[in-house]
Design a protein around this ligand. Structure first.
Ligand SMILES: C[S@@+](CC[C@H](N)C(=O)[O-])C[C@H]1O[C@@H](n2cnc3c(N)ncnc32)[C@H](O)[C@@H]1O
Length: 210
């Protein structure tokens, strides 16, 4: 097998599981999951790291995830989910979600809007499957508001995409959410320690604009 494919298909999902499974990121996951309830669609479910942070008000989790290895890594977390939470896989691509219109109470995306190739398509799909009062909860890294960091993010974006499975450094997450027809209710800009080009976060919620 080509060595790049070994990295992206087999090693990267394990690396992501570790790198995004730290305590500090866990505290942010807890915050982004607060307020989720009922039926939730999670796009880019990955290795299921959010499962332990879902509040008890969530009854049904509909997971969209293309990586076979990540889905396999998630099995243990799904097995440890509270008895009141059912987890189902509903497809492979956030830009083509196989769920009816207005069928979900909430949507969750963590560290995935940076990666989905057709991010506009995926946000449009999340908007379509949300009920009129439904909310999108998002946590991602993206474009910094520091111009010096921003310059490096644009410069290094191509390199990052090659080694990180299509992950972009410089997506303006809040703007993308708004352009897709959501109204942002709140959006904090926490930072992670380490390289500034990776640590500019967006943590927020949005609802379908009237
Ligand atoms: C950086 S990982 C984040 C995983 C997880 N959400 C987390 O918070 O740890 C990005 C995830 O997006 C998934 N992904 C890539 N393309 C996608 C697509 N078109 N639709 C949905 N998910 C996608 C990847 O397979 C990967 O699991």
């Amino acid at each position: 097998m080509h060595s790049m494919r070994v990295w992206t298909d087999h090693l990267l999902p394990r690396f992501t599981d570790r790198a995004l499974g730290t305590k500090r990121v866990g505290r942010l996951r807890e915050r982004v999951c607060a307020g989720l309830h009922g039926t939730v669609v999670e796009v880019g479910f990955g290795s299921g790291t959010n499962v332990g942070y879902y509040p008890p008000e969530v009854e049904r989790l509909l997971a969209v995830e293309p990586s076979t290895v990540a889905r396999r890594l998630s099995e243990q977390r799904i097995a440890g989910a509270p008895p009141g939470l059912s987890v189902e896989f509903v497809g492979l691509d956030g830009a083509g979600i196989v769920l009816p219109d207005a069928s979900c109470d909430a949507a969750l995306s963590t560290f995935t809007l940076c990666t989905i190739p057709d991010v506009e398509g995926a946000l449009a799909e999340l908007r379509r499957v949300l009920k009129p009062n439904g909310r999108l909860h998002f946590l991602d890294h993206g474009l910094s508001d520091d111009p010096r960091v921003e310059r490096w993010q644009h410069r290094l974006d191509g390199v990052q995409q090659r080694w990180a499975g299509g992950c972009h450094l410089d997506r303006p997450i809040r703007q993308l959410v708004e352009q897709a027809g959501f109204s942002v209710i709140e959006c904090e800009r926490p930072t992670l320690p380490g390289p500034k080009i990776l640590g500019a976060l967006y943590l927020g919620t949005a609802h379908v604009a009237a």
